[in-house]
Design a protein around this ligand. Structure first.
Ligand SMILES: Nc1nc2c(c(=O)[nH]1)N[C@H]1C(S)=C(S)[C@@H](COP(=O)(O)OP(=O)(O)OC[C@H]3O[C@@H](n4cnc5c(N)ncnc54)[C@H](O)[C@@H]3O)O[C@H]1N2
Ligand code: MOO
Length: 427
């Protein structure tokens, strides 16, 4: 049996980056960029107004001060966004201008419409302006020639917006991993089939497919292999021909019908390890075949999910060109004691909460590997190190956040005050 860290290192040693594809902008969210993106133009391309108002010469407003002085300027043009005005303003003149419209020659500041009064072709300015006020300079966001996105960057929404701003409709990215799922077991039935005695639905295939999608891979289910060597070999071979990563759920433990390891060897796969010192997830097989990664995941519904998060997810992300492979982990205070046998790292299902400036974590109840509701109720995995046998309430533990959106923020005085301010009638 090997330690969690060693298992992960062996997996990542055998994980190589997938090939590059050209992907259109609408479909490359969270893919890793496979080229440097150099800006071919300035953004914004021309100096433009940040507000709706009047473009003028700041020096014309010098006489506006706290005593009731206002300045009257003659409006000589109107510039909507998208138009380039040919007007050159002279002292005592202004142009009406919209947000985003290009700045005409002679204008060096824009007064907001709220600080003016209009009468026929005259505008009365009630505010003194500084040079450059409310003007967005050409290239203030991006300069032509600048490397704006580096190879390896993950294309988060802001990057997609930036590529569109630069006029890129498609980019070179590392392709997403095709991940095949093979379920095993005579007790399994497909959704929709009648439940006869002792049968259960193949629900691992669904939680695994959802996890693959969550981390931007492409899941393909190859159905249920019966506890039969030929059926298992046929389904795994098909999955191997069509996938970058193959996950087999179940059939990896000590039972007479746990054939996964034998079948993998018969198919010519190289087995790198079987059994990791963790709970859940101990009977985990990792193998490779022609650069394909194969994970034989323990069949219990919690074990498959935890083993995916800890071992498959980092490999899948590395293959897809990600450089940051670890899940976000934070230190939290235990709300109850923990007792365990030393020897295995435990990943316990927990509920993380923020209270003011502190994070607290409690268990989600019964921790058996078959109790999927412990994952449903939880939002994190509590990492209890291999050699630790007990921890007390109040001790700090490392917690991997599974679902950030599900971490409640309670009793937070500052947020509550903020909410009160935002309520109509609030102070
Ligand atoms: N003698 C030993 N027995 C077991 C050991 C051990 O070390 N020695 N390890 C236990 C642990 S820990 C786990 S985890 C399981 C893993 O066993 P397998 O990977 O062989 O999985 P199965 O026996 O096929 O199934 C286990 C359990 O999970 C249910 N299952 C399987 N596939 C699905 C699916 N697609 N959807 C829903 N549920 C599924 C299955 O019905 C079983 O209840 O072995 C222990 N035994
Ligand atoms: O190690 Mo098993 O994966 O606990 O249920």
């Amino acid at each position: 049996m090997i330690a969690v860290q060693e298992a992960l290192e062996r997996i990542l040693t055998h994980t190589h980056r997938l090939s590059v594809e050209e992907q259109c902008l609408g479909d490359c969210l969270y893919q890793a960029l496979a080229e440097d993106i150099i800006a071919e133009r300035d953004i914004p391309p021309v100096s433009n107004s940040a507000v709706d108002g009047y473009g003028l010469r700041a020096e014309d407003t010098l006489i506006v001060d706290s005593s009731d002085h206002i300045v009257a300027l003659k409006v000589v043009d109107m510039v909507p966004a998208g138009a380039i005005s040919q007007t050159v303003i002279e002292p005592g003149q202004a142009v009406q201008i919209m947000t985003g419209a290009s700045i005409p020659q002679g204008v060096n500041a824009v007064v907001m419409v709220e600080d003016t009064e209009r009468s026929a072709d005259m505008v009365f300015v009630t505010k003194r302006l500084n040079q450059g006020e409310n003007i967005r300079a050409a290239g203030e966001d991006v300069r032509q020639g600048e490397v704006i996105l580096k190879e390896g960057t993950l294309l988060k929404p802001a990057c997609i917006g930036m590529l569109a701003a630069l006029g890129k409709s498609a980019v070179n990215v590392v392709r997403r991993a095709n991940v095949g799922i093979v379920s095993t077991g005579d007790e399994l039935i497909e959704l929709g089939e009648p439940v006869t005695d002792g049968r259960i639905y193949d629900y691992n295939a669904y939680s695994l497919a959802a996890l693959i999608r969550k981390y931007y891979g492409i899941p393909v289910s190859y159905g249920i292999a019966r506890d039969d060597r030929q059926d298992l070999a046929a389904k795994i071979s098909t999955a191997l021909m069509q996938s970058d990563i193959v996950m087999i759920s179940g059939g990896v433990s000590m039972g007479d019908r746990d054939y996964v390891k034998e079948v993998l060897v018969e198919l010519g796969a190289h087995i790198h390890f079987w059994r990791v010192a963790c709970k859940p997830g101990r009977p985990l097989v990792f193998a490779t075949w022609n650069n394909r990664l194969i994970f034989g995941l323990p069949g219990n519904p919690v074990s498959v999910m935890v083993a995916f998060e800890e071992f498959v997810r980092p490999a899948m992300l590395k293959a897809m060109g990600y450089s940051s492979l670890q899940k976000i982990a934070i230190w939290a205070e235990l709300k109850e004691d923990i007792h365990k046998k030393p020897g295995r790292t435990h990943f316990m299902r927990g509920k993380l909460k923020r209270q003011g400036e502190r994070f607290f974590v409690s268990f989600t109840g019964e921790q058996g590997s078959g109790i999927l509701s412990s994952m449903v109720r939880g939002n994190c995995l509590i990492h209890v190190p291999q050699h630790v046998s007990s921890l007390s309430k109040g001790n700090k533990v490392l917690v991997q956040i599974l679902d950030v959106e599900e971490v409640p923020q309670e009793d937070d005085q500052s947020l509550q005050e903020e909410n009160i301010k935002l309520m109509p009638g609030g102070t």
